[in-house]
Design a protein around this ligand. Sequence first.
Ligand code: RRO
Length: 311
Amino acid sequence: MKIDLSTTIGPNQFSNPLINAAGVWDETALELDELVASTAGGVTTKSATLEPRSGNQRPRYADVALGSINSMGLPNQGLKYYLNYVTTHDASKPIDLSIANPNPMDNLTALQMIQDSSFQGLTELNLSCPNVIGKPQIGYDLAALKQILQQAFKLFTKPLGIKLPPYFDLQQFDAVADILNQFPLTFINTINSVGNGLLVDPTSERTLIEPKGGFGGIGGAYVKPVALANVHAFRSRLKPTIKIIGTGGVRNGTDVFELILCGADAVSVGTTLMQAGPQLFTKLQDELIQLMVQKHYPSLATFRNQLKAAH
Ligand code: RRO
């Protein structure tokens, strides 16, 4: 059986739906080259600020059996570095250029720089970084969310998506979707890590990471149900022109299948990529293909958003 894993987001064609989650294996050109050389369908760059940042104090990332906690604090090489990379790299697969600026005005400057560049890929505005000390997540402030989108679309005409924090209440899904449907967004990426969790070591009686008293974004298996819910909730509320990158808790091909079944157009992988490295993409694709063969699904479109209720 011939299996077609291709998918589309805006004008970009992906040979398969798998992408690295922003912030994983993507801070330096060396890492980005490894992703480009891997079997990933597309590549995301580390969320960039206008100026380079070294991020929060270490330890700022920890793996545990069911996932990870991080408070990286936006370490990145600055937007010029990533703009240079994405406008000069070998264009063999689509690129998602992520930006995140603690000061909202800087996001508009960043968008203007991308608008004025020759970059033709996707831009992802990260409105959900949980780890910048003293700064709340814009995605949880609906007035600020609407305002930034109004300002962004006044100056930006290239394909734009936003990275959202997880939401936990059906009325939040309604309210956020109502705002997003007012704009010509190309995609959303849901979810960012579950913000401000806490993991502790019972032996040393210490937090696993140092910044913010140990509070950090939770990823991995812990968050899969939250990711499935956010993808499905937004797929049933957003206009069909807004595509969805599903992120959260992918460890195997079945997890990828489930996110697509809930409505994802593409799937990005964070914690497991951090743990396994870019060869992970081949394993995930092999497992997804095997499952699709068993289920007689020749393409992603044949099961995307086909989730049925229990009875
Ligand atoms: O760099 C980080 O601390 C970070 C970011 Br920008 C984000 O969007 N999500 C996350 O879990 N960590």
